[in-house]
Design a protein around this ligand. Structure first.
Ligand code: FES
Length: 129
């Protein structure tokens, strides 16, 4: 049986731990690296027939524009590649597969690809990573 003092000490430790956790979560959110912006020139865009694998992004040409996805697998972050035979985006680590519209097909990822924000500017495509 806890004494009143031990009980209050346990409650105090609980709230102290919760407070530390909340502060840590907020600080780690604030310390995220700033958004990086990459610009692909109009000339580079013209060379993309169907798909382009950038270092950190994947661009898919559509009839009416582009789709842009993160090249990081939503499972554990491996760098995605392209399987031209089956026309799927493939993770080499655990074999997750995605359509060219970024939709999850199979594998442990269980999520669609992360879409990246982009804007079509006069000088090209600006991608936010
Ligand atoms: S990291 Fe891509 S499926 Fe595991």
């Amino acid at each position: 049986m806890l004494t009143k003092r031990e009980f209050l000490k346990a409650i105090g430790l609980f709230f102290f731990g919760t407070g530390i956790y909340v502060v840590y979560r907020n600080l780690s959110y604030l310390s995220r690296p700033p958004t990086k912006k990459i610009i692909l020139s109009t000339e580079d865009l013209k060379r993309i027939e169907r798909l382009y694998l950038g270092d950190e992004y994947i661009i898919i040409r559509e009839n009416k524009g582009f789709l842009v996805f993160s090249r990081r697998c939503p499972h554990l972050g491996c760098k995605l590649s392209y399987d031209p035979v089956n026309q799927v985006i493939l993770c080499p680590c655990h074999r997750s597969k995605f359509t060219l519209k970024g939709k999850y097909i199979e594998g442990p990822a269980k999520k669609d690809l992360k879409e990246l924000t982009f804007t079509h500017k006069e000088e090209g495509l600006q991608i936010e990573i």
